[in-house]
Ligand binder design. Structure first.
Ligand SMILES: Cc1ncc(COP(=O)(O)O)c(C=O)c1O
Length: 483
């Protein structure tokens, strides 16, 4: 672990730190006698003094650690990130397409992809995922969907795919890579939830193994590094590495936390040394939990039975998505009960489901207490009927009135939703489930969209991103009407 080693060496040397950061190796907490629990961490927190490498022009420990990560993850080049996969997505997209270029993106992609489109001033061409109506979630992207969009937009520079999804669903990346590369385009994968894939053959195939050109992974999500730490991997001749480095500098701080970098280094070390075996346990216990949950009356756990449908070719067994529809319980209510009554906190919930993430850090007893809590919850909860989701509608316009980055700079006003018909939307409106934006800034608001949104709100669907979550009001572009 070269980065951790360099930090320890500098700490042990005991040089008087007349440099940043201002806590001076945590001394301020000793001086003020504030019990912070920070001391051990802060003792390692330093800036780039001699012996501590520089993320933006690495020559020693960071260079070595990135090289070791590239080898471990199967990349040609790996770049450590201190601003999450978000910064990896910004950089990989902007390094692949110039302002005014088209880029193919899934309509349900993470907001960082939309932000990259704004920052890079690109023209987004949307593709739609398939939908599972029982769980109310977006599933895979079919290769045919990509083939079809490329017939019309053969001039696009790159295609972005989210693989796996938040729910652990994997698309046919292998076929998608062939389609994209046959046309000389670049395949970029948002693999925020898939950094563990390459460490155990029982997991779905990783983006780099099927030929993606770049992939951004949140090591902090499914592997044991600290929050914010991610890696951008490149395995391709199609990428201009020097250009990519410029964008990485553009989107990241000049004062990166070496503790975050060291945690990436340590996560890589753990995975190389223990990963395969620990993941075997994680997969076995997750599968055990899934089958126990499926035996609880009223609960259903998303699983590999979904493979072969809805653009889904594989499934991450370590993702436990539990649906309580038959109990008349929403995911949001279940999350709340699990926390208050059983001291269990899941990653997220929506109208229908809770999503639990399992990793190599979990103990057998954690799985057991999760399953036992769900059994007790299902045994006590009243049975009712949960409202059904309006059939998800895809409203992405062929030609938005304004590009998202243009909409950003226009003056806006908030109007009643009824009055927004015929106007241009000034904000993101994403009903959850299924997490597919109905409106993005710059898109015209039709009566059909307005009625759909009102129906979503009436059914208790959360509207993410909207300034008024009840959607009585919506921001529109001032002095302009949609076309
Ligand atoms: C699918 C997806 N992509 C990208 C991101 C951004 O990752 P990060 O939080 O590491 O910036 C997330 C975060 O939740 C995500 O779920």
């Amino acid at each position: 672990m070269p980065i951790l080693k360099s930090l320890k060496e500098y700490k042990n040397e005991g040089a008087v730190p007349f440099h940043m950061p201002g806590h001076k190796r945590g001394n301020i907490y000793k001086k003020t006698e504030i019990n912070s629990l920070f001391e051990d961490i802060l003792a390692l927190d330093t800036t780039e003094v001699p012996g501590i490498d520089n993320l933006h022009c690495p020559e020693n420990a960071v260079l070595e650690a990135q090289g070791m990560a590239a080898e471990a993850f199967g990349a040609d080049h790996s770049f450590f990130l201190v601003n999450g996969t978000t910064s990896g997505i910004y950089s990989m997209i902007m390094a692949s397409a110039s302002p005014g270029d088209k880029i193919i993106i899934p309509r349900n992609c993470h907001r960082s992809v939309y932000c990259a489109v704004i920052l890079g001033r690109l023209i987004p061409v949307y593709i739609n995922p398939e939908i599972d109506y029982e769980f109310g979630i977006a599933m895979g992207i079919k290769p045919e969907t990509i083939e079809n969009v490329l017939k019309e937009h053969g001039d696009a520079k790159a295609v972005v795919v989210t693989n796996p999804t938040f729910y652990g669903v994997c698309s046919d990346l292998e076929r998608i890579a062939e389609i994209v590369h046959e046309r000389g385009m670049i395949l970029l994968v948002d693999e925020a939830h898939g950094s563990h894939f390459c460490f155990n053959e029982r997991l779905p195939i990783s983006a780099l193994e099927v030929g993606a050109d770049m992939t951004s992974q949140s090591i902090h999500k499914t592997l044991p590094s600290m929050t914010q730490s991610s890696i951008l991997h490149v395995k391709s001749e199609r990428i201009d590495i020097e250009k990519l480095k410029v964008f990485l500098q553009l989107v990241q701080t000049t004062s990166p936390s070496h503790i975050l970098l060291a945690s990436l280094d340590a996560a890589r070390f753990i995975m190389q040394k223990f990963g395969r075996e620990l993941l075997d346990e994680t997969i076995d216990w997750s599968n055990w939990a899934r089958s126990e949950i499926n035996n609880i009356e009223g609960c259903r756990c998303l699983g590999p039975d979904r493979i072969g449908r809805n653009g889904t070719v594989d499934f991450d067994p370590t993702r436990l998505t539990v649906n309580f529809g038959a109990l008349g319980l929403s995911g949001v209510e279940a999350e709340d009960i699990l926390r208050k009554d059983f001291k269990i906190q899941v990653e997220m919930s929506d109208l229908y489901n809770i999503v639990a993430i399992t990793t190599i850090g979990d103990y057998r007893s954690d799985y057991e207490s999760f399953v036992n809590s769900l059994k007790r919850l299902a045994g006590t909860v009243r049975r009712g009927k949960i409202k059904s989701m309006p059939a998800p509608a895809f409203f992405a316009p062929q030609e938005p009135s304004l590009m998202p980055w243009e909409a950003l700079y226009y003056e806006k006003e908030q109007v009643d939703i009824e009055q927004s018909i015929g106007r241009i939307c000034g904000e993101m409106i994403i009903p959850y489930p299924p997490g597919i934006p109905v409106l993005m800034p710059g898109e015209p608001i039709s009566r059909e969209i307005c009625e759909y949104l009102k129906l979503c709100v009436a059914q208790g669907i959360k509207i993410n991103g909207a300034s008024d979550p009840k959607l009585k009001k919506v921001w529109v572009i001032k002095n302009r009407r949609g076309s």
